[in-house]
Write a protein that binds this ligand. Structure first.
Ligand code: MN
Length: 391
């Protein structure tokens, strides 16, 4: 049995997975979620787990934030991790010096390019900003860092500025240029358009996309970015990040692997565990129906679904939960059907008549409709009552 079954009309992504980079920023943008602050042990555990998963690049933090942040990053950089370790730097020499102090493999250096940010935040012209960006790239490349140059608020920046600046960034040695959808205000079509226009103008620098989830588009925008020629996707575990967060790692990974059939060569059996770890450390709890990793996304109650799943899980699941270290559950309630109840009874070593089975199912529905959850004890009580009635 295959572990997944999807819509046969899904398009193929004709890309070489060797060239595709997922760079996870749980430890930087994820930590910028209001109220979240990871300590050394937590950052270290998350970094190790991301590494075990097989993520190629991990953004560890923003060294300019504090002395403590710098020490934490430096400590993690001393670990023997396979992933390339990156940090965020403004387009300032002092920030890059702090990255160098941390002894990481590379930086993501950013500066805003949209008219809104230029006028109200930076109080600079586009030319001044461009010059700062290029100086930062030059300085970082002189120190042998991997350099991703990120145009902050790129999706609200005039195309001619974006193309000129990114071409220039490439000529200064940037290994990658990022389109940051800082306010999550692009659509899949615009992300596709921006990436493909940019790709036409670059010789060898890769394009990365950093998508925010303000409209719930972060995952699909990232995938359309890849369709348009991007080869790096920014993610965070559980979709943590500023405001509505970033593209959730688990959703990007599973969409690419299941829906688009790409073999990312990741140890996805760790996904549920990683999500739980980040949920605990961040204290940002997930809804039980959060895509991919929510506690109850593989739970079934209605009779028709339970019957189907018990015969073949893929009737009502797109992939097998155990592949990501998750589990399936059967819940009893208003929508329960006879065969799920019968199967549970048989598992408990109890055989009942057709008539009693119907009575038990009716009682389960009544109990739930009166507001009581059908926990194990409640289930047993109902069964006992029905059997007793017959004596
Ligand atoms: Mn961001």
């Amino acid at each position: 049995m295959s572990w997944k079954e999807v819509c046969p009309y899904n398009p193929k992504l004709n890309i070489d997975v060797e060239d595709l980079y997922i760079y996870d920023t749980t430890l930087r943008d994820g930590e910028q979620t209001p109220g979240v602050c990871f300590n050394l042990e937590e950052k270290l555990n998350i970094a190790r787990k991301l590494d075990e998963l097989g993520i190629k690049q991990i953004e560890l933090g923003f060294p300019a934030v504090s002395d403590r942040e710098r020490e934490i990053i430096k400590k993690i950089a001393e670990e023997d991790l396979n992933a390339d370790l990156l940090v965020l730097s403004r387009a300032l020499k002092e920030d890059i010096d702090k990255a160098l102090y941390c002894d990481v493999d590379g930086i993501i250096t950013f500066i805003a390019t949209s008219p809104l940010h230029l006028k109200y935040k930076l109080h600079k012209t586009i030319n001044e900003v461009e010059e700062m960006g290029m100086k930062a790239i030059e300085y970082a490349k002189d120190h042998d860092l991997f350099v991703a140059f990120s145009a902050e608020d790129a999706t609200r920046t005039p195309l001619e500025d974006l193309i000129r600046i990114h071409k220039n960034a490439e000529s200064y040695g940037a290994d990658r240029v990022h389109i940051a959808d800082t306010t999550g205000s692009s659509t899949p079509q615009s992300m596709y358009y921006l990436c493909s226009e940019l790709k036409k103008n670059l010789k060898k620098a890769h394009i990365g996309v950093h998508c925010h989830n303000d409209f719930g588009f972060a995952v699909i925008n990232s995938i359309y970015g890849v369709m348009g020629g991007a080869r790096a996707i920014s993610t965070t575990v559980n979709g943590l990040g500023e405001r509505a967060g970033n593209a959730p790692l688990e959703e990007v990974v599973m969409a690419l692997m299941v829906l688009y059939d790409l073999d990312l060569k990741l140890n996805i059996s760790l996904l549920k565990e990683l999500s739980k770890m980040v949920e605990e450390y961040s204290k940002v709890s997930l809804p039980v129906n959060k895509a991919i990793v929510g506690d109850r996304v593989f739970y079934h109650e209605s009779g028709i679904h339970v019957d189907g799943v018990l015969e073949h899980p893929l009737t009502y699941e797109p992939f097998l939960p155990e592949k990501i270290g998750h589990n399936r559950g059967i819940v009893f309630g208003k929508h329960s059907g006879c065969s799920a109840v019968d199967r549970k009874l048989r598992n408990m070593g109890i055989e009942v008549s057709k008539e009693d089975l119907l009575k038990i199912v009716k009682k389960i529905k009544d109990t739930k409709e009166k507001g009581e959850d059908i926990e194990e004890e409640v289930f047993k009580k109902i069964v006992k009552e029905v059997i007793k009635e017959n004596k």
